[in-house]
Design a binder for this molecule. Structure first.
Ligand code: BJW
Ligand code: ZN
Length: 258
């Protein structure tokens, strides 16, 4: 049983608006590799070769196969207790007339599968695809065609189809980023969970929230560049910390209402 500071629990129970930023660490306990951990994806692959338009144009089949392999993993795994706790917390705030805005850098859709709604996907998703030339959406589903080894071609212009993720050097979806900034600037508590906070502009959101007066909380078993700015650090895996945090919030809240 983890113990949390009373003022953290009280801040969470009293908050009207909560913003949460998640990263790859939230899916680690589901069996999805992170990027920058010692056994993460970037330990084996060079980011600029795989997660950039230049890399895709130089070696489309390599990039496509890398995404196919990751799709295979993501189809096979399931959300973990951390994903479910965040979905339950979102419903809990909504019932009380508040709001929890879930901002994620993850492309795996596990938050959706756990029941979270209105998820702000800053880096897109790995399930959908679009044409790298004319940008039209392309209806390719991994489960229908798991063995496609090269990018399919666009039925309108013949361009190469790419995953609907945001690569280095590409702009994040404008409306989604704007909604994320708004949530960061207007929340009472901001939770940064399972992210190294190294990739911008997402990494700027926690400090933006703190500058606007939010309590900044980090949940991560390892220190990050953000740790020294956090008001509260829960140094534990999110799949363990989040269900216990939510449980203790509910206990405090029901005790307070007696
Ligand atoms: C656990 C755990 C457990 C483990 N529980 N925790 C300002 C300064 C410097 C550079 C820039 C800047 N602004 C922009 C840039 C450039 C660049 C950038 O940020 N570079 C930095 C790396 C230096 N940013 C961009 O290029 C962005 N675009 C942009 O800014 O466009 C501007 C523009 C304007 C005008 C014209 C054109 C452009 C785009 C960034 C896109 C990032 N894309 C990727 C790939 C997505 C597709 C895919 O998945 O293949 O997104 S990179 C990769 O990193 C992925 C992730 O979403 C992202 C963040 O990683 P995350 O989630 O933090 O994972 P990790 O692995 O880093 O950390 C995991 C953490 O979990 C660790 O801390 C562990 O301890 C922890 N953990 N187990 C809880 N059980
Ligand atoms: Zn096209």
């Amino acid at each position: 049983m983890m113990t949390f500071h009373q003022h953290l629990l009280r801040a969470l129970v009293e908050a009207r608006a909560v913003a949460v930023l998640t990263g790859a660490g939230v899916s680690a306990e589901s069996g999805v590799a992170t990027f920058r951990d010692p056994n993460g994806l970037w330990a084996k692959f060079r980011p600029e070769e795989l997660a950039s338009m230049d890399g895709f144009l130089k070696n489309p089949a390599l990039v496509w196969e890398w995404y196919q392999a990751r799709r295979e993993v993501i189809e096979r795994v399931t959300p973990n207790p951390g994903h479910y706790a965040l979905a339950a917390m979102q419903a809990w705030y909504a019932e009380r007339g508040g709001a929890l805005t879930l901002i994620t850098q993850n492309v795996d859709r596990l938050h959706h599968r756990a029941g979270s709604t209105d998820v702000l996907e800053l880096h897109g998703n790995i399930v959908e695809n679009y044409c790298s030339r004319c940008t039209r959406p392309h209806d390719y589903r991994y489960s229908d065609n798991p063995d496609v080894k090269e990018p399919p071609r666009c039925s309108y212009c013949g361009g190469m189809i790419r995953p609907a993720v945001v690569w280095f050097g590409e702009m994040l979806p404008v409306n989604i980023l704007a909604a994320a900034h708004h949530a960061a600037e207007h929340c009472d508590v901001f939770l940064s969970i399972g992210t190294s906070a190294e990739v911008y502009p997402a990494a700027g959101l926690p400090l933006e929230a703190k500058q606007h007066g939010a309590l900044l909380v980090e949940i991560n078993p390892h220190p990050t560049v953000l740790t020294r700015y956090a008001d509260e650090v829960i140094a534990a895996p999110s799949g363990e910390a989040l269900p216990q945090l939510f449980e203790q919030m509910r206990l405090l809240s029901s005790a307070a209402s007696i």
